[in-house]
Design a protein around this ligand. Structure first.
Ligand SMILES: [Mg+2]
Length: 197
């Protein structure tokens, strides 16, 4: 079974929308997404760095469209690991785990890899929105389109614009047609007690 390393921010979690929401709450001005195209977050949102330190920023991110259904299907054919940088903003670590448990209850704690740099990650496929993570990766690389990377040449990476595109790229026809078992995917998570606890 092949392994896929899936990023969170900008791939599962809609962090651009979250920045827009926080900026709107602070200033009353709703920045159009078009204004953020081709800009790093720090350029697009002058006060953005402060939002990253606010409790709840990572916990309340909107979910990117179609990601739950697609990831659930991928889990039937691949070993899926959620690989997310979570040590720069310390509160993000627990918030990201809670967020995954809420929105992706079919992802177990064993599939969550919270790290600093991603350069040590080994897998067959990586899905990410940042070149800094995809460029050093040895396997197949999928660039998830976000405003900050939208104008860049994808180079050797395969650019996708949606989770529907990822489904078409990585799933067999039989899996594409599989019925999305919402009830099962939304089942409450049974807490697993770590053997190392
Ligand atoms: Mg990302």
């Amino acid at each position: 079974m092949k392994t896929i390393a899936v990023d969170m921010d900008g791939v599962l979690a809609n962090c651009i929308q979250q920045f827009i929401n926080y900026e709107f709450a602070e200033t009353g001005i709703k920045r159009p997404i078009a204004e953020t195209i081709g800009k790093r977050e720090s350029e697009a949102f002058p006060n953005g760095r402060a939002y990253l330190y606010q409790p709840g920023f990572f916990r309340t991110m909107p979910v990117i469209e179609d990601s739950r259904e697609a990831l659930y299907k991928l889990c039937q054919e691949y070993e899926v690991l959620i690989v997310s940088a979570a040590t720069e903003f310390p509160q993000s670590l627990s918030e990201k785990q809670e967020w995954l448990n809420e929105h992706f209850p079919f992802i177990s704690w064993k599939q969550m890899v919270f790290c600093g740099t991603k350069t040590m990650i080994k897998a067959d496929i990586m899905i990410d929105d940042h070149f800094k993570n995809l460029d050093p990766f040895k396997g197949r690389t999928i660039l998830f389109t976000q405003p900050h990377n939208q104008l860049a040449d994808a180079g050797r990476h395969t650019r996708v614009h949606s989770w529907k595109e990822i489904e078409r790229l990585l799933l067999r026809k039989s899996q594409l047609e599989a019925i999305w078992d919402m009830e099962r995917a939304s089942a409450p998570v049974t807490p697993v007690i770590s053997q190392y606890a």
